[in-house]
Design a protein around this ligand. Sequence first.
Ligand SMILES: [Cu+2]
Length: 170
Amino acid sequence: MKYLVMAGMICMATGTAFAMSHGGKGHHGHMQHQQVQSTFATQSQDGMTFANFSVRARIGMAPNSAAYGQISIADGNDTLIAARTSVAETVELHEHIHDKGVMRMREVKGGLPITSEQPLEMRPGGLHIMLLGLKGPLVSGTEIELSLEFASGKTVALMVPVVSITKMHH
Ligand SMILES: [Cu+2]
């Protein structure tokens, strides 16, 4: 039932997820209070700060999902070159582009840069971590482990909350 409910829900990915009824057919306007909305606690490791991480809940049997979040660095720079998680077959770093009026996404070769002046912002409709070939349901209110690899050789493992998100661009 969770999948069906989520397919009709609108939810802002602001870290503190909130959900309201979409009013689509078969739904009847109730707020969903029973699900625990876990949020990502900002954390710092080795001069890097990770904030607002979330993973979009799976929509029905959709094969893919995406993860978002912000990474800032106190000094110097680094590049997010790869990510992995046990819940997806493949993980890619993606960007959205406007192609003749159509929004498309594609893999970013060479990774996503982070500098002390320019934090890395991954959000719906922009840069994101693409999870391809989901192995499980990705239910809102749960968490997945996401491991991030950087050009500096650093690897950071995060527990990332699964939230339902309104914009379906994948
Ligand atoms: Cu993508």
